[in-house]
Design a protein around this ligand. Structure first.
Ligand SMILES: Nc1ncnc2c1ncn2[C@@H]1O[C@H](COP(=O)(O)OP(=O)(O)OP(=O)(O)O)[C@@H](O)[C@H]1O
Ligand SMILES: [Mg+2]
Length: 413
């Protein structure tokens, strides 16, 4: 970087006077609820349809919706906006509705969840000495007395399924088997990242969770661009974020360009880029700054490239096979057979003799220990039991290119 000719006093007075590319940085915080939700209008509509019974015949049944989508696809923000707006809509139709958003990662037990709900409703009961079940009954009575209805969003429900005792999950989900009530005032939105957690539930639970499924797809580069453009207008001074900076971030993270389609990550890169610009005294976010911000926001990418550098050729080919399979079926597990077949085909294309099965198995095992691959046993339903393999690191263009260059593929005709 060029040496500045400014005096130390000028530099300090400038930084104290807050010369910054940011106009309102809070607009980039993960808790900020933006005024518009582009590309999620249809999801809001689907949620509206799932709960329209609450307005038409409130209390006739306990309504549920399940939101499924990968990280950063807007599940939380959409549920919050839905809750806020639907509550107002219901009130305008004389249905008293409350909305409570619970994060099951922070509130990991039934007791914590019930306290959170009671707190949000300002329930006038002392919590101490009451069991969760008793508190839930009190919540129900409270709603009954005021003729109110409630939508509870259980966000990051995966954590509750994986960590709470099954009995607690049962109690929450099959609430009206536990509490006798002719008017069903409590309704749920469940949010999970993928189907695997829901699929482990037994049928009697699953049937109460898997209703009105709303799926959130990862964002494409052009969708991310529009989301970032909106945020830029709110959070940055005009002219500090040129279109090419937003284009680069969108291309790095767009699902159609080999990224994860994660809006949170894209916004985080934008914020970091702003920081880097401020610290370096730049008035504009350049593509170089975006690249630097991206490397900082993705620390795992450097860790992965370090581990890759220690792999030998056939291990690299094995990893490359999983990466290639993951290209078309992102985030999925593949059978050992599939991976070995792809491995053999990559071997042929680079003029290598495929190693024996036991050796191949050893490569997979080693990379599992290194944390690059994940393996699990297939459940019943597949013919026989087999080992399934998946990439344990984010799939990205950079990863593929890093492996290719290590394999020496790039230098071959
Ligand atoms: N369509 C959109 N328009 C504007 N901002 C969005 C949109 N989708 C997501 N965002 C923003 O991206 C960030 C991540 O969204 P959100 O937290 O809702 O993701 P999520 O699906 O709940 O992810 P996770 O599974 O990791 O909890 C938030 O800052 C959110 O405001
Ligand atoms: Mg979320």
């Amino acid at each position: 970087m060029e040496e500045s000719s400014q005096s130390p006093r000028d530099i300090l007075s400038e930084s104290a006077s807050g010369l910054s590319v940011f106009k309102d940085r809070s607009k980039l915080s993960p808790d900020h609820v933006p005024s518009r939700l582009p590309f999620r209008e249809q999801k809001l509509r689907e949620l509206g349809v799932s709960f329209k019974g609450l307005i038409e015949s409130p209390g006739s049944s306990s309504m549920r919706a399940l939101i499924v989508g990968k990280t950063g696809t807007g599940k939380t923000v959409t549920a919050r906006v839905f809750g806020r707006e639907f509550r107002e809509l219901a009130r305008s139709r004389d249905v008293k509705l409350e909305y409570v958003h619970v994060n099951c990662y922070r509130q990991r037990t039934l007791y914590m969840i019930t306290s959170e709900i009671a707190g949000t409703l300002r329930l006038p009961i002392p919590m101490r000495g009451f069991s969760s079940q008793e508190v839930f009954r009190a919540i129900n009575d409270y709603l009954e007395k005021r003729n109110m209805h409630l939508i509870i969003t259980l966000d990051e429900f995966d954590y509750l399924i994986n960590s709470a005792p099954l009995g607690e999950v049962y109690f929450l989900v099959r609430l009206y088997d536990e509490i006798a009530a002719s008017v069903k005032r409590i309704n749920y939105i469940f949010i999970v990242r993928d189907w695997s957690t829901v699929n482990v539930l037994d049928k009697s639970l699953r049937d109460h969770v898997v209703r009105n499924v709303v799926e959130f797809k990862p964002y494409t580069a052009s969708e991310l661009y529009a989301i970032l453009e909106d945020r830029t207008k709110e959070a940055f001074h005009e002219g500090t974020v040129p279109p090419e900076a937003l284009e680069l971030i969108s291309e790095m993270h767009g699902y159609d360009k080999g990224g994860m389609g994660n809006a949170r990550l894209a916004i985080e890169v934008l914020e970091l880029a702003g920081d880097i610009a401020d610290k370096g005294g730049h008035q504009m976010i350049t593509r170089e700054i975006v690249r630097e911000a991206n490397a900082r926001a993705n620390p795992e990418s450097t860790v992965v490239s370090e581990s890759i550098s220690s792999l030998e050729l056939h291990e690299l080919i094995t990893l490359y096979a999983v990466v290639k399979l993951s290209e078309s079926r992102r985030g999925e597990y593949f059978t050992m057979g599939e991976v070995e077949e792809e491995y053999a085909s990559v071997c042929r294309s680079v003029g290598e003799e495929p190693r024996k099965h036991t050796q191949f198995y050893e490569y997979v095992r080693k990379m599992r220990l290194m944390g690059i691959l994940d393996t699990k046993q297939s459940g019943r339903g597949m013919r026989g039991r087999t080992t399934l393999v998946a990439l344990n690191v984010p799939h990205s263009k950079e990863l593929k290119m890093a492996i290719e260059s290590r394999m020496g593929l790039a230098s071959r005709p």
